[in-house]
Design a protein around this ligand. Structure first.
Ligand code: SF4
Length: 138
């Protein structure tokens, strides 16, 4: 729902709930969203926050669905060789036991064999993989 529509509905409900006032009295209800304690303002902000959170969850779900379809990056891909990527980190002493699934740049699901990596756009890496850009999760 568009934000403008949310504003219109919130403003309309807020003005309906207010008592009638003389015409000569300065309006304090004309712009309900300007009032710091306005229920319409609170309602609108809640709806904006809700819409934003729903959007974030939907985007995350779409990303997870897309991640399953990503092709694996090849070890001999020029981008992969530039960061010394390997599919099995145990074969590289330099990895020191670190793996892609413990890297802050890895975006695969827990327990998945592979997942997306932020440095390889449109490609997946092995969860057991490793590269020289490995960074600890915070
Ligand atoms: S940046 Fe992290 S997740 Fe990506 S390939 Fe390197 S170690 Fe794996």
């Amino acid at each position: 729902m568009a934000v403008l529509e949310l504003y219109r509905r919130a403003a309309w409900r807020d003005t309906r709930a207010q008592p009638a006032r003389p015409v000569s009295e300065p309006s304090q209800w004309s712009f309900p969203l300007n009032q710091p304690d306005s229920t319409a303002r609170r309602r609108l902000l809640k709806r904006i926050a809700l819409a934003a959170s729903i959007g974030a969850v939907a985007t995350a779900n779409l990303r997870a669905a897309d991640a399953a379809d990503l092709p694996l990056i090849a070890e001999n891909d020029p981008v992969a060789t530039a960061v010394k990527y390997v599919e099995d980190g145990t074969k590289v002493k330099e990895a020191e036991g670190n793996r892609c699934d413990t890297c802050s740049l890895y975006a695969g699901k827990d327990g998945a064999a592979q997942g997306p990596c932020q440095i390889f756009k449109g490609k997946a890496v092995k969860a057991a993989g490793w590269c020289a850009s490995w960074a600890p999760q915070m």
